[in-house]
Design a protein around this ligand. Structure first.
Ligand code: SF4
Length: 336
């Protein structure tokens, strides 16, 4: 269900924009279940009040937790069922964040990603995206939402931007704590800057070599790393927050001195943070994770050469932490 459809249905019952916002705000702030106890009668039109129980039930049925996988780092991976039986993954992050999925499957087909193996199955609607946040909020506080789960948000722009606007306006989440992640897409660069809520931007870089980028991200738009950084820099200046460049560190693939020189040439002096994330090895794929010591040395060397570099582990490493792995193995997960 799209948020715009919920608004239209409420409007058809006589709800003014203010009423629509109230209903949606109650949902994202987790207050829907308390409606019966609140004097909504003096605020919402009668037909809307009468329709609320059915709407609440419908919203509550958008997603359901299928299985939960707590990690030693304080994260919790959730396999989330959608109403039509499809499944996506959400990750509750250690410091009050949640990582949500924007598509079932993904068309980009990154060579190191389980989600990309099956192609795109369907879009996740704006209602289902927000419902992942509501589900996370029922388990712990959420002050940050990152769109880094399954899917390429730029391929589902209308739904993702609708969700971002609701989260930024009605869910009390700081705009810079909404993180739109993309492999780089001109439509996304154009529309992100026009929105009422301008999220932070994470760009998947992974290599400074165009030929290797084409191999690793086979169906990403053919933007060169330089073009990607140009667009990123423009957006960073527009919003006032730095671009987060993502670099999945793959042993023997993109962890050599040539790439490090390339990173320095591309990012030194830019309004940027480089997030270096050692790959989470999965048996099905040939890529390997470099040692943590090597990753730390690379990050320190880049930092010393003027690139603000953060070494991060993908949340839930110990619980099949790579994107798409839980879903791929749904058959042998523990049901909630
Ligand atoms: Fe899609 Fe992201 Fe996986 Fe690439 S890494 S295939 S963009 S989900």
């Amino acid at each position: 269900m799209r948020l715009s459809v919920i608004r239209e249905r409420l409007a058809a019952l006589g709800a003014q924009p203010l009423h629509q916002e109230r209903v949606l705000r109650d949902w994202v702030q987790g207050a829907a279940h308390e409606r019966g106890r609140r004097p909504a009668s003096d605020f919402l039109p009668k037909p809307v009040r009468e329709a609320l129980p059915a709407l609440d039930a419908e919203l509550a049925g958008l997603v359901r937790p299928v299985s939960s996988h707590p990690g030693e780092d304080g994260s919790e991976r959730l396999l989330v069922g959608l109403a039509d039986g499809q499944m996506v993954e959400s990750v509750l992050l250690p410091r009050d964040g949640v990582c949500v999925s924007s598509q079932v499957g993904c068309a980009v087909g990154c060579a190191f990603c389980m989600t990309g193996r099956e192609g795109l199955l369907r879009q996740v609607t704006s209602g289902e995206i927000v419902a992942q946040v509501v589900l996370a909020r029922a388990r712990r506080p959420v002050k940050k939402v990152v769109f880094m789960g399954m899917g390429e948000p730029a391929h589902n722009l209308d739904n993702v931007l609708e969700a971002i606007e609701l989260l930024g306006v009605e869910a009390n989440i700081a705009h810079k704590n909404l993180v739109f992640s993309t492999v780089g897409d001109l439509r996304a660069f154009e529309r992100l800057g026009q929105g009422r809520v301008k999220p932070a931007l994470a760009l998947s870089l992974h290599t400074t070599r165009p030929d290797l980028r084409a191999e690793l991200l086979p169906r990403a738009p053919r933007l060169s790393p330089e073009e990607l950084v140009e667009h990123g820099e423009r957006y960073a200046r527009l919003t006032g927050y730095p671009i987060q460049y993502q670099w999945t560190l793959l042993e023997g693939v993109n962890d050599g001195p040539d790439e490090m020189d390339g990173i320095v040439a591309l990012l030194r002096g830019k309004y940027a943070i480089l997030n270096m994330i050692p790959y989470n090895t999965v048996p099905e794929l040939a890529f390997r994770r470099p040692s943590w010591e090597k990753a730390r040395a690379i990050a320190a060397a880049l930092h010393a050469r003027g690139v603000l570099t953060k070494l991060r582990d993908s949340a839930g490493q110990d619980v099949e932490g790579g994107c798409g792995q839980l879903r791929a193995r749904a058959g042998r997960t523990i049901a909630l």
